[in-house]
Write a protein of this length. Sequence first.
Length: 610
Amino acid sequence: MSPAKGSEILGLLLAALALLGGASFASFHPEDPSFLHQGSGSEAIRNWIGAFGAEIAAAGFGLLGWTCLVVPVVLAVAAWRRLRVKARPKVVGRGFGMGLVLLTLPALSQLLLPSLPWRGSAIDSGGAWGVIVGATLATRMNLVGALVVLGGLFLVGLALLVQTTLGDLIATWRRRLAAWLERRRLARERRRERKSKERARRRVVVKHLQRVVEEREEKQRRLDRLVAPPGAEPPPPGAESPARLDLPIRGGERAGSPPARVRKVVSAASASRSAKPAEPQKEFGFVDDLPDTPLPPLSLLETAAERGEIDEDELVRLGEIIRTRCAEFGVEGTIEGASPGPVITVFEFQPAPGVKVSQIVNLQDDLALALKAESVRIERIPGRSTLGIEVPNTRRSMIRLGQMLSHERFRSSASVLTLAVGTTIHGEPYFADLATMPHLLVAGATGSGKSIGLQSLITSILYKATREQVQFIFIDPKRIELGVYADIPHLKTEVVVEPKKAANALRWAVAEMERRYRLLAEVHVRSIDFYNRAIRDPQVRERLSLSEGEGPLREEDLRPLPYYVIVIDELADLMMQAAKEVETSITRLAQKSRAVGIHVILATQRPSTN
C-alpha cells in the first residue's frame, strides 16, 4: 500500500474518532451511569453514543475536565491534514506540543476556575489531573508562580503544535483581520456607490421631467402669443382637409398693415401621393436693386434673460472639495473666489509658495472625479496670480440671442459685421467683428449646434446692417438649413442648392473681388472702408467714371460698395460633388478677399483634409 493511501486511511480513522469523541463529550451528563456514577438501573442514558459514550465522556471529564473537548478538535485537525496532504506529516513536534497542552491546560483551568456548572451539577473544570497538578504547584509556588510555570509550558506546547513562530502567527492573523476589514470597507463603499448612483439616477429623471414640463409650458406660452390673421373668418368645423392645414402667423402687427403670407403645410400622406422627381434648379440672376428696408425690431426675439439662482452654499462646498483634494496630493493653496457663469463656474485657486503650476494642472482628472464632473479645466487667469479651475454647472442657463442683440456693446458697435458669438465663462456677452477675422470655419459633429450657431451669426448681421451695407450669398446643399432666409432683402441671389450653381456663384465672387481691387487701385486706397469714404468725393467719382468706360457712369454705379458674406453649409458634401470647381474659388477668396469686403463662413462636419 502506498504512503498516500495509508495516510488517507489513517485520516478517515482519525475523523471517525473525532466525531465519536466529540459527540460523546458534547452530550456528557453527570447523572448517566458510568464507572464514576452508579445509576438506579432504570434511568435512561442521555449520551448520544449510549453506554459506551457515557463511559468515554465520564473518563474524559473525570480526568481532564472540560478541557477534554480539545481532544476531538485536535483529532479533527489531524484527520483534515492527513486527507488533504495525503502524505505522512511530521508528528513528533506536534505530538509533543499536544501533550504539553493537554497536561497544562487542565491545571490552568483548575487554578483559575475550580468549579464549573454543567447540566445541573458542578464538576472540576480541570478534572483529577488538574486538581493534582494545580494543587501541587500552588502549594510549592503559590498561585502566581504556578500560573507563570503552567502558562509558559502551555505557550511552548501551543507553539510546537502550530509549527510556526509566535510572530508569524500574529502577522498571519493581522493580515487576515486587515483583509476582513478591507472587505467590509469595500462592501460599504459599494453600498454607498449604489445609493449614490440611485440618487443620481433619480435626480436625472427629475431634471428630465422638469425639462419636459418647462418645454411644454414654453410651447404653450408661444402658442398663446400666436393669433389668427387680421380679418380672417374662422373656418367652420370640419371644413379643413386633413391633408392641408394653415399655420397661424405671429401676432403683434400694426393696424392697417397688409396681412402676412400664410404658408401651407402638406401632410406626409398627401405629399407622398403628389411627390415628383426633383427638377434641376433654374437659372437665376443677381438682384441689383431693391427699395430701402428698415432693420427688424428686437420684439421678434425673446430678450428676457434666464438667470438661475446662485447657491452660495454649494459654491463654498465645491471650493472646499477642490482645496481638500489638492491638499491630499500635496498641493497646498486657498480658494480666493468663485465666478459662476451660465455654463461653467470658475474657482480662483491661489497656490501656496513653492507649488508649481504643472502640479495643479496634472490634477484635472482627480478633481473631476472628486467633483463628479465630466471634465475640469485649469488655466492661468491673465493679469492675476491665481489659477482658474473651470467646473461645469449641473444646471446650465439658456443664452438667448435677443438678450445678446439688445446689449449696449452690440448696438454701439461701429462695424456692420458684428457677430454675437455667445458669453464668456463669467457670463459677459462676447461679440466679434467678422471684418477682422476675416473668415470663419464652423466645424463639429452632428448635433453639436453648428446650424444654430450659424443662424445666430446670420441673424446678428441682419439686425445690424441693411441691404445697402451687407449682402449674402447662401450655398445650402442640404436645402433645409438656409432656405428659411429665401425672402430676406439682403440676398444677392437666390439660395444656391446645386453644386454647379454653387461653383458659378463662387466664380462670380472671385470676379467681383478682382473688380473691387481694380477700383481700390484707381482710388489709391487699401480697403473697402477707405474706398466707401473716398467715393463721396466728386473728383474721385469723376476719375472713376472716366477710367471705367468711354462715357460717364450712371449715378447708381458710383455708390459705396456693400460687404458680401458668403455662407456655405456642409462644405464637405459640396467638395465631394464639385471639388475642382469649388476649391480654387474658395482658396482665392480666403487669401485675398478681406480687403475688398468679401468674407466666407464655412460650416462642415469634417474639417480635415482627407
